[in-house]
Design a protein around this ligand. Structure first.
Ligand code: ZN
Ligand code: ZN
Length: 279
């Protein structure tokens, strides 16, 4: 989420205030890091990897230097720890700051951890992933934009992010008929990419169309779900309000609704933190 959240949204969804406050705080702290934009790589040597389904940041043929951004995550943790935080997060933040200070190797292993290497152990992995990707997403804006312009969308059509390899966090139906199309949205690096209109992005079942549940009071949002694997994807129907409606946390109430209906969240989450679950 970048930019201020419309106050009206919080008036209608007052239970989102704590997480809105946390996200605004982190957003501010990230912008105060004075991060440089990571330079977009030359993409000619990456074409074969792209065709083979290797995400940009996992390819050795289009090196993207993430080290400076990863090193800034430690600064972010220290700056957040220095200010007031809600109680459950505050304890977790201090423990994380201590761990990062104790182990200088940690920041070297941060990039593989953030790119999904499960063999890298991390303290408070949920919080670290959240703070790490808030930082990386900011630093990667030019890379993601340049890559978006280069990519032939019809030649990806995979259920993971072409930039960073994460599964989708949300979906979007954009455009008007006959050019209406489905996009998947990465909650980590904020790439949006093309996906088939009717296919499940989790089990790839294509024999049953995705079913949509309309949500009362939320005309622009719906819960698309698969009758085969019971996975659901919160979907924004429209364009222009991406920063609000694709932020994932702004529609956490839809996750509750979906789960009440026995559906399963298979979408990637950046808000999977111990201290958020507790409070
Ligand atoms: Zn991504
Ligand atoms: Zn499915």
């Amino acid at each position: 989420m970048t930019g201020p959240l419309p106050e009206g949204w919080l008036e209608e969804h007052p239970y989102l205030r704590p997480i809105a406050g946390l996200c605004a705080r982190v957003d501010r702290a990230v912008s105060e890091l004075g991060l440089g934009e990571v330079a977009a790589p030359a993409l000619d040597g990456y074409r074969d990897d792209f065709e083979a389904g290797i995400p940009l940041l996992a390819s050795p043929h289009a090196p993207v230097d993430l080290e400076a951004a990863a090193a800034a995550v430690g600064d972010l943790v220290r700056s957040l720890q220095a200010g007031p935080l809600p109680a459950p997060i505050s304890g977790e933040m201090s423990a994380l700051a201590e761990d990062l200070a104790r182990d200088p190797e940690r920041s070297r292993r941060l990039v593989p951890f953030l790119l999904g290497d499960d063999s890298v152990e991390a303290p408070s992995p949920g919080l670290l992933r959240f703070l790490g990707w808030m930082t990386l997403a900011r630093a990667l804006r030019a890379v993601v934009e340049g890559f978006g312009g280069w990519r032939d969308e019809e030649r990806w059509l995979r259920r993971y992010c072409p930039s960073c390899g994460a599964g989708p966090t949300m979906g979007q139906i954009a455009g008007t008929d006959p050019a209406r199309h489905r996009l998947l949205c990465c909650g980590r690096c904020r790439t949006r990419w093309r996906w088939r209109r009717t296919q499940c992005p989790f089990c790839e079942n294509d024999s049953h169309r995705l079913a949509g549940i309309k949500v009362e009071g939320e005309p622009a949002l719906r819960i698309d779900h698969c009758t085969e694997c019971r996975g659901y994807l919160k979907t924004y129907v429209g364009q222009g309000e991406e920063s609000l409606l694709l932020a994932d946390w702004t529609s956490l109430h839809l996750d509750l609704l979906a789960q009440e209906r026995g559906l399963e969240r298979k979408a990637t989450s950046l808000y999977d933190m111990e201290s958020l679950r507790g409070g």
